[in-house]
Design a protein around this ligand. Sequence first.
Ligand code: ATR
Length: 270
Amino acid sequence: MTDLYAVIGNPIAQSKSPLLHTAFARQFGHDLRYDAILAAPDAFRETVQAFVAAGGRGMNVTAPFKLEAAELADTLTDRARAAGAVNTLTFGPEGILGDNTDGVGLVGDIQDRLGFSLVDRRVLVIGAGGAARGILLPLLLARPASVLVVNRTAARAQALAEAMAHAGPIQAGPLEAAGGWEYDVVIHATSAGLNEGEAPAVDYRVADDGLAYDLAYGADTPFMRQARDRGAAQVADGLGMLVGQAAESYRVWRGVLPDVRPVLEQLALV
Ligand code: ATR
């Protein structure tokens, strides 16, 4: 029998998730169908329930429903609780499990595809909204020397740093706290700079062998251009992270981790 999965969001037509999961299923010969489901802004819960009633096994959740998905879940994994958001729902006999695979997708992309170790590196994260919160725990678990979170609203960064302090060396401040210092890795996690806007004007330098990574994706984002001006030799957008989070979701559902290489090749990322 064909197993049913889907991604739910609004908008959803642009989603690459059906393509990714269909490619993963082919690797294992799994018989599954993966749809893209558009939910009205006020109909997330009903839409999920209808999917479960139709036999759905699992769902990826994208904007704007990741917080609602965390509320809907009966149980949360540690990383979903730390993220305060859920991008992966699993429907089982014990109820709904909420997980978050975004951070693992990011760390995997940085370490495996880009071949860049995070161990003992100085990391700057720009932004303290949902996207930043989603990645911080897996980032700290990769054992960097330090993580500094800076944000336009400094209090939000401070709250995140306090919530994550148990997991590793993390500090926070306003955008100015980046202070013109040099970082090995700079991660852009604000929503500024999408749709032709500008990335926040943060003063940082990127080490010669450093990496600048935009969680958003697009051929050449404003942050990627800014980071090159600040000395970054290696810059990346978030497409590889998208593939990585999808692979980890697949593992959560099916117990096997897909090989991301062929998919990255198809997307011209390797
Ligand atoms: P997301 O889920 O995409 O992270 P969010 O939770 O609304 O969305 O967070 C948006 C992030 O982008 C925040 O860090 C926000 O800064 P504030 O906390 O100060 O609002 C940041 N952001 C959005 N527009 C910005 C801008 N023009 N300049 C600097 N930061 C901006």
